[in-house]
Design a protein around this ligand. Structure first.
Ligand code: NZQ
Ligand code: ZN
Length: 394
């Protein structure tokens, strides 16, 4: 068992009407003037935004609103948010939405406390020493940003999507009411579950050897997500299964399933170029890449893939043919993706063939101009990244 760090400081308030605690929690964490940050229309349509704002008003907490965050959140809006926070003297950011809104909030929170260009952090040119405190009222279980140290931002100048991780950015609190996810469209529900499972898989596929407890938690989480997603696709107002998925989204990315290693993350890195270039839904992009990644790397540690096939995908173990068992696990995952409406290759993802030039461009970006590798399970060089994109063409 390898040494590890586990740090999950976010206070989670989970359940029916949990959003009614938002003002109390903001006060608890020292907020006096709040930026309420949100996305397109969903939080307005559902009445959640009004409910939150009215509560702040009633409790005498000043606030300013900034909406308009889009999936794959843009740097330009975060920069507007930074200016707004400075002008208004904001000391706390409340994200009402999903991963995109939370990540945009994190970017703003970094930027307000930094004299330079906030993009420096994402480029690795600078490290923040402080940031504004932030919190989330979560509306979609997927990215896990409500408990994670990561934020992922797209710079429209060159369509570059970069992540930056720092423990400072873990939200102070996260409010999760499963009822708020009833309005999620099937595609977002399925993409969210794909992302949740992938956050677990990125940590599960490692070459560090077993850690029984961590592996068992990871497998239970993945099996549970697989089962629950079919129930909520049948009945979007199924509270019990929406709740399992919502909590699963946080556990998948608060590192509890990683207590043994840092994870692989190659599928995520390869996907970020897809959503950066084609503006697709992150979870769907992961589904389009993972089967090709799996087939490309499985021989690095075949027994992990066999274990995954048997314990998660319920494939019978053919002890005489571990490679066959491992491959049947990947095929079972592809059938699962199709069954929930996810793509299994880039053609299905973007609705047309990806060109050679686009593959070259994604390879260049993913390898940071051919300077970096990604992944741990198998360390991928630029030629490996290109090979996986080519396998994933469909
Ligand atoms: O903008 P609105 O109208 O709110 O619509 C959103 C959006 O179109 C909609 N939605 C959210 N809650 C809803 C709802 N529609 C109806 N009812 C609700 N209750 O869903 C769409 C997707 O929202 P978004 O916030 O983009 O989803 P998600 O949470 O999947 O976030 C995706 C972003 O997170 C990044 C991804 O790369 C992507 O940019 N990630 C962030 C991570 C992190 N910070 O730790 C890790 C992840 O691996 C991921 O990379
Ligand atoms: Zn993800």
């Amino acid at each position: 068992m390898k040494d590890f760090k586990f740090y999950a400081p976010t206070e989670v308030v989970f359940g029916e009407n949990s959003e009614e605690q938002v003002a109390r929690l903001i006060k608890k964490y020292g907020g006096t003037k709040v930026l309420v940050h949100y996305g397109g229309k969903s939080a307005e349509r559902s009445g959640l935004l009004d409910k939150v704002c009215k509560q702040l008003q009633d409790e005498g907490i000043q606030f300013v609103k900034l909406g308009g965050v889009v999936p794959n959140p843009r740097l330009s809006l975060a920069k507007q948010g930074i200016e707004l926070c400075r002008k208004e003297g904001i000391d706390f950011i409340l994200a009402v939405g999903g991963g995109s809104v939370i990540d945009s909030s994190k970017c703003i929170a970094y930027g307000v406390c930094y004299d330079g260009d906030v993009w420096d952090f994402y480029l690795g040119k600078a490290q923040p020493t402080k940031m504004l405190p932030l919190a989330a009222v979560l509306t979609i279980p997927a990215a896990g940003s409500e408990m994670s140290e990561a934020s992922v931002i797209t710079n429209e100048d060159g369509d570059v999507k970069l992540g930056y991780s720092n423990d400072l950015s873990r939200p102070k609190f996260a409010i999760m009411n499963p009822r708020r996810t009833f309005t999620l469209p099937p595609y977002q529900t399925a993409a969210g579950v794909t992302d949740i499972m992938m956050h677990t898989m990125e940590r599960y596929f490692n070459t560090d050897g077993d850690m029984t407890l961590t592996d068992e938690i990871a497998e239970a989480l993945m099996r549970t997500m697989k089962a629950c997603v079919f129930e909520v696709l049948k009945n979007p107002e199924d509270y019990r299964n929406r709740a399992q998925i919502m909590w699963g989204g946080s556990l998948a990315h608060n590192d509890v399933t990683g207590c043994r290693n840092n994870g692989d993350w190659a599928t995520h890195q390869l996907e970020h170029e897809l959503s950066g270039m084609f503006d697709v839904t992150h979870g769907a992009g992961l589904a389009a890449i993972w089967p090709s990644w799996a087939r490309y790397v499985m021989h690095e540690n075949l027994s992990r893939f066999v274990r995954f096939a048997v314990n998660v995908m319920e494939v019978p173990n053919d002890f005489t043919d571990p490679e066959g068992t491992a491959l049947r696990g990947v095929e079972a995952m592809e059938r699962f993706y199709h069954a929930i409406g996810m793509p299994v290759n880039i053609r299905e993802l973007i609705g047309r063939d990806v060109t050679d030039e686009e593959i070259q461009e994604m390879t260049r970006k993913c390898s940071r101009d051919y300077q970096r590798t990604c992944g741990q399970f198998k360390v991928l060089k630029a030629e490996d990244m290109k090979a996986i994109y080519c396998m994933a063409r469909g």
